[in-house]
Design a protein around this ligand. Structure first.
Ligand SMILES: *Cc1c(COP(=O)(O)O)cnc(C)c1O
Length: 384
């Protein structure tokens, strides 16, 4: 019976240490999380600048809802595109240095919309092996041939591009890798895209707001020009503290995506109140050097504190600081031991990461205090 088959698959997940449990928070997103009557110190969120529960954003959301309502009522191409959406797209384009920007409801939807709009059957996508799941799904949905290159390996990518006779080519990469925290070699990727006349689509979910001058993102970090073949996607639910995503690029590309990205066209426009919140969020990001400095200092404190210990950190220069453990059950055991001490660090297992590379994904935010890091360091030292 099909239901029994499902149950035995679920039992299998449990056995392999792969069954995921949710915990319900009794508090807003922040370093202090209230769960099951306990107060935990959380290192889980992607709220890198600590904006998710920022009073100015809450005020902007409330004012936005009073002025524009909660729902948009229709898709953007019908009547769900309101003045706050249009204004936000304008600001996002200016902030990232591209001609135009287009809002999506989530980053997952943006990726599923962008890739199939640019390539299809008979075309080829060249993707970093550690790309985010939404990019992997986007390639499948496009029906283009998928070529995956070893993580960050420009020479392997070059060989694949040289061997391809595809009509249209697209290079696809996270800008900051979500489970490793390292950066893609964007200048090298752009050079190859130019040489082989390919699109370069990058997903800056973890760089936007954090990297580059004023938090303008990974393209700004590398001081790359807004090349016409560069399609820049970033999300607004991480450092920006709210929800949604956008794609920015050359005006022709963005117009094409507006006409052809199915996850843009066939969905209700996001809440105008959130667009109002995001306008404030962008002001705080631009003026957020203090928050970014604090984040960098906390990262350095964690890395220095674990240097020479048994815990293996990846060489990540960002707020994502994974501690590699390997075995699923061992990773769960360490995460459970930390939890016992009031420290909430997510155990990341396959299929999110490769088999045998289960890890604690410590993510830091500007809302953490140095004493929080000390507490995590003490616990890890004890457990080590
Ligand atoms: C979080 C994330 C997404 C998805 O964005 P949402 O807005 O949460 O749907 C896409 N790509 C990367 C690299 C991410 O980390």
């Amino acid at each position: 019976m099909i239901l029994e088959q499902l149950q035995s698959e679920l039992d299998g997940l449990q056995r392999d240490g792969l069954r995921r449990q949710r915990r319900s928070l009794d508090s807003p997103c922040g370093p202090a999380a209230q769960v099951d009557g306990r107060r935990l110190l959380s290192f889980c969120s992607n709220d890198y600048l600590g904006l998710a529960n920022e009073p100015a954003l809450i005020d902007a959301t409330c004012a936005g809802a009073r002025a524009w309502g909660v729902g948009s009522g229709a898709s953007h191409l019908v009547s769900g595109h309101l003045t706050p959406h249009a204004a936000l797209e304008q600001v996002l384009a200016e902030f990232t240095g591209f001609a135009r920007a287009l809002l999506f409801s989530t980053g997952y939807m943006a990726n599923l919309g962008i890739v199939p709009a640019l390539v299809g059957r008979g075309d080829a996508v060249f993707a970093d092996r550690l790309n985010h799941a939404s990019l992997i799904d986007a390639v499948q949905l496009s029906r283009a041939d998928s070529h995956r290159y070893a993580h960050g390996d420009l020479q392997a990518l070059e060989r694949l591009l040289a061997a391809s006779s595809a009509k249209r080519k697209l290079i696809l990469s996270d800008a900051v890798f979500s489970m490793d925290g390292d950066l893609a070699p964007l200048p090298g990727l752009l050079e190859l895209a130019e040489r082989f006349d390919a699109w370069l689509v990058i997903d800056d979910a973890h760089g936007f707001g954090v990297l580059g001058a004023q938090g303008r993102g990974s393209v700004a970090h590398f001081q790359l020009p807004p090349a016409p073949r560069l399609v820049y996607m970033a999300t607004l639910g991480k450092a920006a503290g709210a929800a949604g995503a956008f794609v920015a690029g050359d005006a022709t590309v963005i117009e094409w995506l507006q006409q052809r990205a199915r996850t843009y066209i066939f969905t209700t426009g996001s809440s105008p109140a959130i667009a109002c919140a995001l306008a404030t969020s962008l002001e705080l990001i631009a003026a957020g050097d203090g928050r970014r400095d604090r984040l960098r200092q906390l990262c350095a404190q964690l890395r220095d504190g674990l240097a020479g210990s048994r815990w293996r950190l990846l060489p990540s220069p960002t707020a994502i600081q994974p501690v590699i453990i390997g075995d699923n059950h061992e990773t769960l055991r360490v995460a459970a031991a930390l939890y016992e001490r009031g420290l909430w660090v997510p155990a990341i297992r396959p299929p999110t990461v490769a088999k045998g590379s289960a890890r604690l994904r410590v993510s830091l935010t500007a809302a953490h205090q140095p004493a929080d890091i000390d507490q995590l360091l003490d616990a890890l030292r004890d457990l080590g």
